[in-house]
Write a protein that binds this ligand. Structure first.
Ligand code: PBG
Length: 307
C-alpha cells in the first residue's frame, strides 16, 4: 500500500571532472566523493549505470580560470572533453547532463560576468550561457542545466540551442534555487571562493520566500524549460509540493552537498544509520512531488535498494 516509491532510476549523480589530475582526488567535505580523472569518471559512471541510476550531471573543475569564465564554453574545456568521452562510451545507456554555470570558471567565483563595481551583469552573462549551452550540446550533453539564476537564462539558452540545430536538447532549469548555506561543501568540491567575501543574494532566492519560487518556475517554463528543479531539497519540501501542484512539467530537487555532508558526518560518528536516513530523505523528496532527485547518495542508495 506504499504511496511513494524510490528507485535507482529516480536518482541522478552529480560528478566532478577535474583538469590536470593523474589520480582522482578525495573531497574532504564530501566523504566518498572525488574529483575525477577521465578514467575514474568512466569507472564511476559504469558502476552507477550497473546500479540502475538514471543519469549523471557533470561539473567541470578547470585548471585555469579567467574573468569571464571562458573555459565554460571552450570546445576543449574540461566539461566538454568529459561529455564527449562519456557519450562515446555510454551513448544513450543513461542520461548525461551538464551543469551550466560560470562560477567554476571565473577568478572571482560569481555565476556571471562582474562589472567594475563588483555587481553581476545579468544580460551580459546571458550571452555567455548561450555559448556554453551550445558547446555542451555539441559535446554530447543530452540535458543542459543552467544553475546561475540569471533572469532570462532559459529563454536565451533555448534560442541559442535551437539556432545551432540542437532543438532536441533538454533544458533542466534550476528554477527555485535558494541562496543557501548548505552549498558549503560544494565550494570545496569545485574550488570556488567568491571574491571579497561576496555572496549570491543578488541572483539566488531568499529563503524566506515561498511565492517567489512559483514566479521563478513559471517564468522558466514560459521560456522553454523542459524540467524544473528546486534546490536545496529537504529545507524546501514546501516549494517542491507547491511546484508539483502548480506545474505540469517534470520536477526534480537537488539534495545538495551540505545535506549529504551532514548525514555522512553523523553516520561516521555512529550517531545514526547514514544510508537509512538518506533513503528516508530521498523518499520524502519523492513524496513531496519530485519525479527525480539529484544526490551524492545516488550510487550508495541505488546499490542498497538493489540488495
Ligand atoms: C553553481 C552551483 C552550486 C551548486 C550547484 N551549482 C553552488 C552555488 O550556487 O553556490 C551547489 C550544489 C551543492 O551544494 O551540492 N554553479
Amino acid at each position: 500500500m506504499a504511496e511513494t516509491t524510490l528507485s535507482p532510476a529516480d536518482l541522478v549523480a552529480p560528478l566532478f571532472i577535474a583538469e590536470g589530475l593523474s589520480e582522482p582526488k578525495a573531497i574532504q567535505s564530501l566523504p566518498g566523493q572525488v574529483q575525477h580523472t577521465i578514467r575514474s569518471l568512466h569507472d564511476e559512471v559504469r558502476a552507477l549505470h550497473t546500479a540502475g541510476v538514471g543519469g549523471v550531471i557533470l561539473f567541470g573543475v578547470p585548471s585555469h580560470k579567467d574573468e569571464i569564465g571562458s573555459g565554460a564554453w571552450d570546445a576543449n574545456g574540461v566539461a566538454q572533453v568529459a561529455l564527449r568521452s562519456l557519450r562515446d562510451e555510454f551513448a544513450d545507456e543513461l542520461v548525461v547532463m551538464a551543469d551550466l554555470c560560470l562560477d567554476e570558471y571565473t577568478t572571482h567565483g560569481h555565476c556571471g560576468v562582474v562589472r567594475p563595481d563588483g555587481t553581476v551583469d545579468n544580460d551580459a552573462t546571458l550571452e555567455l550561457y548561450a555559448k556554453t549551452a551550445v558547446a555542451q550540446a555539441h559535446a554530447g550533453a543530452q540535458v543542459v542545466a543552467p544553475s546561475g539564476m540569471m533572469d532570462g537564462q532559459v529563454g536565451a539558452i533555448r534560442q541559442a540551442l535551437d539556432g545551432a540545430g540542437f532543438d532536441d536538447t533538454v533544458i533542466l532549469a534550476y528554477a527555485a534555487k535558494y541562496a543557501s548555506a548548505l552549498y558549503g561543501p560544494f565550494r570545496e568540491a569545485v574550488g570556488v571562493e567568491i571574491a571579497d567575501g561576496g555572496n549570491r543574494y543578488a541572483y539566488q532566492q531568499d529563503s524566506r520566500n515561498r511565492r517567489e519560487a512559483l514566479r521563478e518556475a513559471r517564468a522558466d517554463v514560459e521560456q522553454g524549460a523542459d524540467i524544473v528543479m528546486v534546490k536545496p531539497a529537504m529545507t524546501y519540501l514546501d516549494i517542491v509540493a507547491d511546484l508539483r501542484q502548480a506545474l505540469e512539467v517534470p520536477l526534480c530537487a537537488y539534495h545538495v552537498s551540505g545535506e549529504y555532508a551532514m548525514i555522512k558526518a553523523a553516520g561516521a560518528n555512529g550517531w545514526l544509520d547514514a544510508t537509512a536516513v538518506a533513503i528516508e530523505q530521498l523518499t520524502a523528496v519523492r513524496r513531496a512531488g519530485a519525479d527525480f532527485v539529484l544526490t551524492y547518495f545516488a550510487r550508495e542508495v541505488a546499490e542498497e535498494l538493489g540488495r
